[in-house]
Design a binder for this molecule. Sequence first.
Ligand code: SF4
Ligand code: SF4
Length: 191
Amino acid sequence: MTTQSAFDLQTYYSGTVPEKLAVARKLYTRHAVRLTASPLLKEELELLRHHSLALGGHMQSMELGRVCTHCATQDNGGCCSAYMAGNTDALLLLINIFLGIQVQCRNFEDENCCFLGERGCLFLVKPIFCLNYNCKNILDNAESLSLKNLYQLAATVLSQQTKVESLLLATISDHNRSNKQVKQPTRHNIP
Ligand code: SF4
Ligand code: SF4
């Protein structure tokens, strides 16, 4: 038998991209007030923002934006394919919404990832696969110290991302559990 929490987890991590986005929006509507009132979650989210911006800054210093933009214009270039959008999950989308990102699917009609905007990936916090992916082109052309820093910064983001995700899951599950507790029936004295 599938327990309620196993069912919830399945809902957060599976389904099509529009389904995951719908789940993330529903979670936000249902839990935003409670979650944003948590000083701990606020603090951890801000730390995640800080680490993600530090990683983004380093990627910029390596000129990865320019390299990837050029690559994406070539035949069969670019790795942000439509298939890759499936690496997202509802909690990752929820985290980005909490960080103020306007999360929306661009379209499903071309071969690119639907979260790829004109200025690159729209997420501040990316799916784990995307976060860790460096193609041969990047690996062959980067200086070893830059790459080392890139790996370290990505690992720091990933660790903080996991922490925030666990916090979100725990808070949402606690709330769902307490809401589902069966109320004791009121006893009426028989006259
Ligand atoms: S990571 Fe590599 S394959 Fe992907 S867009 Fe950048 S240069 Fe191209
Ligand atoms: S980096 Fe962003 S745009 Fe590229 S595949 Fe991953 S989610 Fe999509």
